[in-house]
Ligand binder design. Structure first.
Ligand SMILES: Nc1ncnc2c1ncn2[C@@H]1O[C@H](COP(=O)(O)OP(=O)(O)OP(=O)(O)O)[C@@H](O)[C@H]1O
Length: 245
């Protein structure tokens, strides 16, 4: 069964709309169904957590929504941007103008300082935020002249979050943002992501293996075998400080 994570009815207009998204990999004789007929709507400003075991299709779904991958069949749109069948140039523009990514590993430029890593993005963004303000938002205003090698993993991940949000993206997509971090540092990074969602209104999707993080979301989608197998809404979102695991 594919639980239909669709919004119906008046007054609700999703920013993401995916229908019957499927992704199949063929490896010789073997077919891997990474996604099977996924229907999904996400509304503006929503904080969605994607949970599910390894191989359930979380990254595949996130990458399609982020314009990094394309499905084998089905349809996906962000506002009026068609994400399926779009050319490379169009997808690059979509990503550059609208999407911020945070991955498990930070991919900072080692020869640039914290501030410079974040400033770099503002040079190609249409409506960037002030890099110093964003570094304040992630609690790194005192480390702006440090190089990545002089920072802890959690601090580097917060620079990566700042870099993702400084262009004021409409969408923030995070794939295991705390996967490489210890408990305390993970919480600080989650707090930074939640703050971007709350203060900037950024539609946020976070993939995690950590079910405790689900408490921070408006909505939790569980994937299994390439399908959405469960959907819950939290009546109240927990702050990063309230989450324990
Ligand atoms: N490039 C690829 N070639 C072949 N199979 C792939 C490829 N990318 C992903 N898959 C397969 O598709 C399925 C879904 O992968 P996906 O990375 O979306 O899962 P996931 O839920 O994000 O897993 P994890 O939590 O381990 O990151 C898996 O079975 C995976 O092996």
């Amino acid at each position: 069964m594919n639980a239909a994570a669709r919004f119906e009815g008046p007054g609700v207009s999703p920013v993401f709309r995916a229908r019957k998204l499927s992704k199949t990999y063929r490896m010789g004789e073997v077919e891997v169904h990474a996604l099977r007929d996924v229907d999904l709507d996400i509304i503006e400003g929503e904080f969605v957590v994607l949970l599910g075991p390894s191989g359930s299709g979380k990254s595949t779904l996130l990458n399609i929504l982020g314009g990094l991958d394309s499905p084998t069949s089905g349809d996906a749109q962000w506002r009026d941007h068609q994400l399926v069948g779009a050319g490379d140039a169009e997808l690059t523009r979509y990503r550059r103008e609208h999407v911020g990514f945070v991955f498990q590993f930070y991919n900072l430029i080692p020869s640039l300082t914290v501030l410079e890593n974040v400033q770099l993005v503002t040079e190609i963004a249409d409506r960037p935020l002030d890099p110093l303000e964003v570094l304040k938002l992630v609690g790194l205003e005192r480390r702006i002249d440090h190089f990545p090698s002089q920072l802890s993993g959690g601090e580097q991940q917060r620079v990566a979050v700042a870099r993702a949000i400084v262009k004021s993206p409409d969408v923030l997509l995070c794939d295991e943002p705390t996967g490489a971090l210890d408990y305390e540092t993970g919480k600080v990074v989650l707090a930074a992501i939640a703050r971007a969602n709350e203060q900037l209104g950024t539609t946020t999707i976070v993939i995690t293996h950590n079910a405790a993080i689900a408490g921070m979301a408006d909505r939790v989608l569980r994937l299994g075998g390439g399908r959405i197998v469960g959907e819950t809404r939290n009546p109240r979102r927990l702050s990063a400080e309230e989450v324990t695991w």
